[in-house]
Write a protein that binds this ligand. Structure first.
Ligand SMILES: [Zn+2]
Ligand SMILES: [Zn+2]
Ligand SMILES: [Zn+2]
Ligand SMILES: [Zn+2]
Ligand SMILES: [Zn+2]
Length: 624
């Protein structure tokens, strides 16, 4: 029986982008570097703005058909190769190292010993290192690891292994790898397999040739192939916006200062070397320019700097890529486009302005609600380009492996998605007043201290701006609450909605965009913008606020002084404010319901609405 393996085109960036390991129909694969992509059938994706910011020549999407290329070597599509290559037979327990020559088109791997042939299953464990390398566990070494070096040399066969299950034990202890070479019989169970065991790193990823391996000295970690720390994609996304005159900004004066610096030209000439790091530091000290500005200017100047100007991660690794790219701020132009007078619609960008429809309301809670929010803009059509520049393993701040492991290609894999969106802004005056409150500032200062300690600081700063402002946590939490409420009311799954937070005080931002993330060219069918029309949105916001005042994990959740990843959340948990990973820009961090509805000795921005809604409900009861 022949089988077809498919990955949707939109999944070729996330979650099945370069370097990701995933299961399809009981088989396990890894997506290869873009150097292996066939030129035939790949589709160019336009996004000049994102390309300029990332310093790349452009973007390509994988052809719609996707197959593991060992099946059909010339098939168009993003290539995937079988990984891990160590497989085992569930019937006879024999282990087999599967090679390209063993692949049969359209067929899963089958046991060479069993008759009729049984399909082989992939081993559950693989090894990774901080430099982003990935390889099979050296199962022969594992089986012989309890023997001394002399005894190991005595074993003549490297690939006669069995993956045994014992009835007498349970869990990992019940599993063992045993050498069946003549006269050997070495073996070891898997009880303590997770972690480091002094094994050597292969110095490469599975699609790289042995000759491309670097001499890697990083400790190797054995993990399950489905482990969360196996793969952290580094993605970038930009919305298509019409050209707007972005108001002059202090960055422009500073940019001139950077370009006039006597080390600017030398820096451009030595990008990617240790000397560049030195020049950068001096220029930054002299001009006060931040990382993002230098990245952007280098990107403009050299066309590739943003992807290669980060110092290497340590001995034995190639220069890092992408870390700088993650610091690019695309929010400025997007915010300007959304808040400018509504521009004429283009094919990929159609906006219209609306209101909450509370203009004539004098009675609370509606009047109170109207006073807290500002302009509402509906986007009937949006186009988003999502690109992948690389990935890390072990932790998000480890060495970045670029999507082209050979570092020759100047383009990035990307997908375009069409959808619709809803931009919600706050009342600027009300926001500023709230943000000036002493208790609000003190509360957020605590979160800022946790953020400063976090290894995610650099990455999150690309979203929050240089300093975490109360409005960021407020707007971010609002985005989560609104997505949850919209999904509850409209039938959208939370995973089909995404957020963009515009909350940099220095750029006078005070809004959020909630948008659909459908994968196809048709986009979605107007369901989200309908939710944004009056009177629906006001009703949704009121229900959202009331719901946010209570979490099923309260009082525990409400009183938390640090939960979630890196303790970066306050009152926010799975029961009240978290979203699927794909919906959130910050990895579900920097959230706090208290800033929205009050509590924890801090006034909430929408607290008056909670109070007013409760009073109105009590009045209604009395009148009955
Ligand atoms: Zn078998
Ligand atoms: Zn042996
Ligand atoms: Zn390594
Ligand atoms: Zn909660
Ligand atoms: Zn989020």
């Amino acid at each position: 029986m022949s089988r077809t393996l498919r990955v949707r085109q939109s999944q070729t960036v996330v979650p099945f982008g370069v370097g990701a390991v995933f299961d399809i129909q009981g088989e396990s694969f890894v997506a290869t570097g873009i150097g292996d992509w066939p030129a035939r059938g790949r589709q160019r994706i336009e996004s000049a703005r994102l390309a300029a910011r990332l310093g790349v020549s452009g973007f390509h999407a994988a052809p719609a058909t996707v197959n593991d290329r060992f099946d059909v070597p010339d098939a168009p599509g993003a290539p995937y190769i079988r990984f891990p290559s160590w497989l085992f037979c569930g019937a006879c327990r024999r282990m087999k190292r599967w090679r390209i020559a063993d692949e049969k088109p359209g067929q899963p791997p089958r046991c060479p010993s069993c008759s009729p042939a049984r399909t082989l299953a992939p081993m559950r464990f693989v090894q990774i290192c901080q430099a982003g390398h990935l390889s099979d566990v050296d199962w022969w070494f594992w089986a012989h690891s309890r023997r001394d070096a002399g005894e190991r040399r005595g074993c003549g066969e490297r690939e006669r292994l069995r993956f045994q299950v014992s009835e007498r034990a349970s869990g990992l202890e019940a599993l063992s790898v045993v050498c069946t070479a003549k006269g050997c019989g070495a073996g070891r169970d898997l009880l303590d397999i997770l972690g480091t065991h002094g094994m050597r790193c292969s110095g490469r990823n599975p699609w790289q040739r042995a000759g491309d391996a670097v001499d890697c000295v990083r400790p190797v970690q054995i993990v399950q192939r489905t482990a969360g720390n196996l793969y952290y994609p580094l993605t970038h996304s930009a919305l298509d916006i019409p050209e707007t005159d972005v108001p002059a900004h202090t960055d422009d004066a500073r940019a001139d200062e950077v370009r006039a610096h006597h080390l600017w030209v030398p820096l451009c000439q030595v990008v990617g070397t240790p000397r560049a790091v030195m020049y950068r530091t001096i220029i930054q000290e002299d001009t006060g320019a931040d990382e993002a500005l230098l990245d952007a200017l280098l990107g403009e100047e050299t066309g590739e700097a943003a992807l290669s100007d980060v110092p290497s991660g340590g001995a034995g690794t190639a220069p890092d890529a992408g870390g700088g790219a993650a610091r690019l701020d695309l929010s400025r132009e997007e915010w300007a486009a959304f808040t400018a007078p509504v521009p004429p619609a283009t094919r990929d960008f159609a906006l219209r302005e609306t209101t909450l429809g509370l203009g004539g309301e004098t009675a609370d809670p509606w009047a109170a609600l109207g006073r807290r929010f500002g302009r509402i803009v509906l986007a009937d059509r949006l186009r988003e380009v999502r690109a992948l520049s690389g990935f890390t393993r072990v932790s998000p701040d480890a060495t970045v492996v670029p999507v082209d492991t050979a570092r020759r290609l100047k383009w990035l894999p990307a997908v375009e998605v069409f959808g619709e969106g809803l931009l919600l802004t706050l009342n600027r005056t009300a926001l500023t007043e709230w943000e000036d409150d002493r208790d609000v500032r003190k509360h957020v200062a605590g979160m800022r201290a946790d953020l400063d300690r976090s290894f995610q600081k650099d990455r999150l700063e690309t979203l929050t701006g240089a300093e975490l402002a109360p409005r960021f946590v407020l707007l971010h939490t609002l985005a989560h609450l609104l997505i949850r409420q919209l999904s509850f009311e409209s039938g959208y799954t939370t995973a089909s909605l995404r957020e963009r937070i515009y909350a940099r005080p220095e750029q006078d931002q005070y809004g959020i965009l909630v948008y659909t993330a459908a994968g196809d060219a048709e986009g979605t069918l107007g369901g989200l913008v309908r939710q944004g029309e009056p009177p629906r949105l006001a009703e949704t916001l009121l229900r959202m606020t009331e719901a946010a005042a209570w979490c099923s994990a309260d009082p525990l959740c409400a009183e938390h002084t640090g939960q979630g990843f890196g303790n970066l959340n306050r009152a926010a948990c799975h029961a009240c404010a978290l979203l699927p990973e794909t919906s959130c820009e910050t990895g579900n961090t920097l959230l706090d319901r208290a800033l929205v509805v009050g509590g924890a000795h801090v006034p909430g921005y929408l607290e008056t609405i909670v109070t007013a809604a409760r009073a109105a409900a009590a009045d209604a009861l009395e009148q009955e």
